[in-house]
Design a protein around this ligand. Structure first.
Ligand SMILES: [Mn+2]
Length: 352
């Protein structure tokens, strides 16, 4: 098992790479989508999208280039780290794959190009979240130990998604008024099947794993749109859809623990044993959807040591990163939260 850190787009610089090394990380998972624009908001711990969403999606016709991927990897390597994964497609690159719109075939081709570029540069994992509403319904407050600001949920956001928005970001500012039609769960699964059928052969060919994040928060519908993986069994259903070895999981322990069915330890056991976990998001929570709170990693319902011991026993050799953490009361709330979580994870592993 390897220790990693997740970095957002605005953090892709030497200071953050050095910070990751200083915390003991050897690997990075990076986001290339700038979810929250250029404002001063703490970007890692936002409550919910609402009508404005997280910000604007990128340019549909401008894909991540080989040059930018290669130079990012080189800068990360120069800091003594490995680039393990890119997390999340830009909504601009696949809105019609999610929405089954007119540009779907073109966008599937573009996603294949992106996956080929990752393979060519030697980035082994592409994380994604097949979701129309994306992260929504979250609230924010001093919920964690010592009044640390964290996120949670107190009920489902029923605000319909406006046209021109998907996955909590605006991809078309000139979209007409109106909202996305409500679709069935079966229809969403059909769209996923098309996506996997198109992308997995390419991913396999270039030795890249596609790793699926479950729905956060995990409830049947958010903003009137169906969710795909909101109970643990749905992760298995996703694997069963397509047997390709590139069909893997971005295993989010916090999200799985929020689900009302199943058991996070059994789920970790099943998928680590089957070798289906590409990488792990590790965080803790109290409660269950639709009413839960994110906590410090050492302080919630999940026995983190038990999860890590299951992964170790089953020979999981991928990367574990802290997920979001509560913001600590200091000048660098994100850094402090990550340093605390990384220290805790390594301490637990040291005594196993
Ligand atoms: Mn997660």
């Amino acid at each position: 098992m390897k220790i990693g850190l997740g970095l957002y787009r605005h953090q892709l610089d030497r200071a953050h790479f050095d910070f990751a090394r200083q915390c003991g990380a050897t690997h990075l998972v990076v986001h290339l989508v700038d979810y929250f624009g250029q404002g001063d908001n703490p970007r890692d711990n936002q409550p919910t999208g609402g009508l404005a969403g997280w910000g604007r999606a990128g340019d549909p016709s401008r894909l991540w280039t080989v040059e930018e991927l290669r130079s990012l990897k080189q800068e990360i390597n120069a800091a003594g780290l490995e680039l393990e994964a890119i997390e999340n497609f830009d909504p601009a690159h696949w809105y019609d794959v999610l929405l089954d719109g007119p540009c779907k075939q073109q966008q599937l081709e573009n996603l294949k190009t992106i996956v080929r570029r990752l393979g060519g540069v030697g980035i082994p994992v592409m994380g994604y979240n097949f979701s129309i509403a994306g992260v929504a319904s979250r609230i924010k407050g001093p919920f964690a130990r010592g009044n640390a600001v964290s996120v949670g949920m107190d009920g489902v956001d029923e605000t319909p998604v406006p046209l021109g928005m998907v996955w909590n970001m605006v991809y078309d500012r000139d979209a007409p008024g109106g909202t996305l039609p409500e679709i069935s769960h079966a229809e969403l699964w059909r769209r996923l099947e098309d996506f996997l059928a198109a992308l997995l052969p390419v991913a396999e060919e270039v030795d890249v794993k596609l790793a699926a994040h479950p729905d956060d928060p995990p409830v049947p519908r958010v903003r009137r749109q169906p969710r795909l993986v909101y109970q643990p069994d749905m992760y298995q259903r996703m694997i069963d859809l397509n047997p390709s070895p590139a069909n893997t999981l971005e295993f989010c322990v916090g999200t799985l623990a929020e689900m009302i069915e199943g058991d996070v330890y059994e789920t970790a056991e099943r998928h680590s044993k089957a070798g289906r976990i590409a990488y792990v998001h590790l965080r803790n929570i109290t409660g269950k959807a639709p009413r839960y709170r994110e906590t410090f990693i050492d302080d919630g319902d999940v026995d983190i040591a038990r999860v890590l011991s299951i992964l170790l026993r089953n020979g999981f050799d991928g990367v574990v990163i802290p997920d979001h953490t509560p913001q600590m009361a200091c000048q660098a709330p994100w850094h402090a939260g990550m340093a605390h979580a990384l220290g805790f994870i390594q301490g637990v592993l040291r005594v196993m």
